[in-house]
Ligand binder design. Sequence first.
Ligand code: SF4
Length: 95
Amino acid sequence: MFGEFIEALQAEGFDMSWQDFANCRGADPDLFFPERGASTRTAKGICRECTVLDECLEFAIVSSEKFGIWGAMSERERRRIRKERQVTAARRKAV
Ligand code: SF4
């Protein structure tokens, strides 16, 4: 599902070696970038069987990936995690 996007990230210095083990290699990209309101169940099922789920999810979170299913999570789910991390970081700073 990554193609040229991953190549561009690698050119910028991101370590994307984990994608060599991506369970979604060869899968239909439309599953991972569904139209609004379409089911994400199949894509998330593929992710849950993926050995690099954690690396993929972390990459999508830190790079603020706006679209698609990464690490079995939608953008909305990843945004929630980013918010939680921001709140935790702010609390630590305040102590
Ligand atoms: S977690 Fe999902 S999107 Fe990420 S590499 Fe694995 S199968 Fe692909």
